[in-house]
Design a binder for this molecule. Structure first.
Ligand code: ZN
Length: 75
């Protein structure tokens, strides 16, 4: 399974595979422990995950800043 989280350091959305326990941010190289992160979305396939990232980033363009809101991400 894939998750989308937001890098605690730079705020970038990052895609991670949950078979791993940590993920390094491609933007700032900050290594985060997956279980400590706020999850913004989940996906079963890489394709789904990419779409999810896109929609999250699109929402981001709406001027909303850093509001923790993973609860409203139900499909
Ligand atoms: Zn980062």
């Amino acid at each position: 399974m894939y998750i989308v989280y937001r890098c605690p350091k730079c705020g970038e959305f990052v895609l991670a595979n949950t078979v791993n326990h940590t993920r390094t941010c491609p933007n700032c190289n900050h290594r985060a422990e997956l279980k400590t992160l706020r999850i913004y979305g989940r996906a079963e396939t890489p394709g789904e995950a990419t779409e999810l990232m896109k929609s999250l980033k699109a929402k981001e363009g709406g001027g909303e800043d850093y509001t923790p809101s993973f609860k409203r991400l139900n499909p």
